[in-house]
Ligand binder design. Structure first.
Ligand code: TXA
Ligand code: MG
Length: 342
């Protein structure tokens, strides 16, 4: 299949959204930009189209998809009831990088939810994503547009790398501003439960709904046969095609570690100003005090190091609180939970 790439400008947005919408209505799967990461989209009322998402990504069959809407009125087909606390979060954070899990209606196919009785819903703020959903007129199921297990794509180039020849259209909306996937919160249990940290933090959520909790599953390695609230937590994630080791240390200890243990083929992935005074190649992923910058760059730098042929990446670990929890969580998983604490 030949993949067409359309770069969005102010002038061509509505025509490109119309073209994307036509393909989606006809059951095709295409890559679209959002403010978090690029998504691999299909319309939710065509089971064969949704099945194609799993095929193209090589996604495990038990990992449900997020449904993307462009108007709150689209919710009525997806869910019967919206708890008041969920409504509060929608009022405050939508459109934006927050995914809310609610009990689903029968209109939402089991192919989308992998048989769960709940559905994850996201209302992106990205104007191109919204224009494409509007043009389709149907909510879109869309996981991140990477091949399963790989770092999420935050630019059209990343999508081309993973999907060229596999989808008819990649919509290039430029680099994603946030860079890590949406915060996911579930309203299916006794208390609202954070299932995936993102740039919207648990502290921000608790300031509106104080009884929200973080799922302990976020912090641990989960066995492939365990039953967990968010099936995505079980699977290998965000990993480039090389070894990744996370080093949780102050700057001087990190540099000492590099000096002592680096091998041929290693790359350091460090903060601005860390510049390792050692004969090792490195890339920086931002200022250690700026979780926004680290989130924005994390997947692009992992992908760059993979393309440079790194055999092993030695990453200076970010903090793990507040807005840093999201990037820290992605890196721990990219490292397969291999963390050296000094
Ligand atoms: O920012 C984002 O959320 C991006 C963009 C494209 O919108 N999408 C994204 O989708 O990150 P994906 O498929 O890579 O991650 C969806 C996560 C998975 O961990 C999945 O297990 C979880 O959401 N999920 C989806 N539906 C669920 C449900 N009904 N119950 C529990 N977890 C669910
Ligand atoms: Mg993903």
């Amino acid at each position: 299949m030949k993949t067409k790439v359309v770069h969005i400008t102010e002038e061509n947005l509505s025509e490109a959204a119309r073209e994307a919408g036509e393909l989606l209505k006809n059951g095709e799967v295409i890559a679209i930009p959002t403010e978090t990461v690029y998504g691999l989209a299909a319309q939710i009322y065509d089971d064969d189209a949704v099945r194609k998402i799993f095929e193209v990504k090589g996604r495990p069959q038990d990992n449900p998809l997020i449904v993307h809407i462009s108007e709150r009125s689209m919710l009525s087909a997806l869910v019967d009831e919206i708890p008041a606390a969920a409504e509060t979060l929608m009022d405050h954070f939508w459109p934006g990088p927050l995914t809310i899990i609610l009990k689903k209606t029968n209109c939402v196919s089991d192919i989308v939810t992998c048989g769960l009785d709940s559905v994850a819903i996201r209302f992106p703020v990205h104007p191109v994503a919204r224009a494409i959903i509007d043009a389709t007129g149907i909510p879109l199921a869309a996981p991140s547009a990477n091949l399963s297990g790989k770092p999420s794509p935050t630019s059209a180039e990343h999508c081309i790398h993973d999907l060229d020849g596999k989808v008819p259209l990649i919509i290039d909306g430029g680099p994603c501003s946030v860079g890590v996937e949406s915060t996911v919160i579930s309203f299916t249990g006794k208390r609202p439960t954070l299932l995936r940290p993102g740039i919207i933090t648990i502290e921000e959520i608790r300031s509106l709904i104080p009884d929200a909790v973080i799922s302990p599953d976020i912090f641990r390695l989960i066995g492939s046969d365990e039953k967990v609230a968010s099936p995505g937590l079980k699977h290998k994630h965000y990993a480039p095609d090389c070894d990744v080791l996370l080093i949780d240390a102050a700057k001087s200890d990190y540099v000492d570690f590099l000096l002592k243990y680096h091998k041929e083929g290693d790359y350091a992935m460090c903060f601005d100003g860390d510049v390792p005074d050692v004969p090792i190649s490195y890339r920086t992923y931002g200022d250690s005090d700026s979780p926004e910058e680290l989130s924005h760059n994390v997947f692009a730098v992992l992908r760059e190091l993979e393309s440079l042929g790194a055999k092993r990446v030695l990453i200076h670990a970010p903090g793990a609180t507040g807005k840093n929890l999201a990037v820290s969580n992605r890196l721990i998983r990219a490292a397969g939970f291999k963390v050296v604490k000094i």
